[in-house]
Design a protein around this ligand. Sequence first.
Ligand SMILES: [Zn+2]
Ligand SMILES: [Zn+2]
Length: 102
Amino acid sequence: MSTTCALCRRVIPDETIADPQAIQEHHLRPEERATSPTVMLCRPCHDQLHAVFTNAELRADYDTIEALRTADRLQEYINWIRGTDKLRVQTTTSRRVRDTRR
Ligand SMILES: [Zn+2]
Ligand SMILES: [Zn+2]
């Protein structure tokens, strides 16, 4: 068995997942967890999208996986991660996102 990350489309074989957090469920509408559709993402993609978008932005503009996949702010990241087999990366939360969280 394996899991395909919905964002970067990398296939993560189960036997390489020593860390149960390596694949995470993302709620496409973060503030409506009970009813929100979810997608499975590798941890770097999940970290990255929450570092780049606020929950309000996710709700308003990026509540589908297609919107996320084609988001300008993620293209550079997606191109990069697709060329690696990393399941853990250092993400820096953008200043814009940090400011909204205050
Ligand atoms: Zn991914
Ligand atoms: Zn999430």
